[in-house]
Write a protein that binds this ligand. Sequence first.
Ligand code: B16
Ligand code: MG
Length: 220
Amino acid sequence: MTEIKACLFDLDGVLVDTAKYHYIAWKELADGLGFPFTEQDNERLKGVSRAASLNILLEIGGLNFDEAEKEKLAEKKNKRYVEYISAMDSSEILPGALDFLKECRTHEIKVALGSASKNAMMILDNTGLTPYFDAIIDGTHTSAAKPDPEVFLLGAEALKTAPEHCVVFEDAEAGIEAATRAGMVSVGIGSPETLGAATIVVNSLQQINVARLRESFVSA
Ligand code: B16
Ligand code: MG
């Protein structure tokens, strides 16, 4: 990479911690179906689409449903999830996220969202993050889920920026793979054990600033 022109952010686990609400809503569904669902199980759902998450949940419970029943179950879970995220505010923005988004603006680095969530707009609006984005690509715009690179390629296209000038911020393994397949460098947010495929890994956006990014990615 010669120059960083755009940053593409995953939402859940990078900018806000909605994983806890996904977990409570999925757990309520599992409780209703009569099987246990642990926080460890929930790790398997991070970054995965709603329909694929339900399939994993039902596999854990050893249950089978037809497509129409699965749609109803996914709707039921989403209704609960939306109740939780309706009450979110700016206090739920993860440490370092707002400062870094502001720094991107100062340095004229373009910013896009690249999330699997169909509820991304509500979360961005409730937390006050919407004005920091030049483009928003979420689960309502994509046909293929991560690790397919579609969400990030659409983001780069919306920002009119070539993939080699884009940096992806992701907390899920599937998201890092999507970034690599899109031809983009990536910052893994979380543990190097799970995100070892990322170009660099940090604990949170608190450890990131534009100068560090340039040092890490821009070759002379
Ligand atoms: P929804 P991200 C993902 O968001 C979540 O990590 C994942 O757990 C969730 O199943 C998926 O969004 C779909 O969310 O049910 O709201 O459409 O990490 O890609 O920002
Ligand atoms: Mg995520």
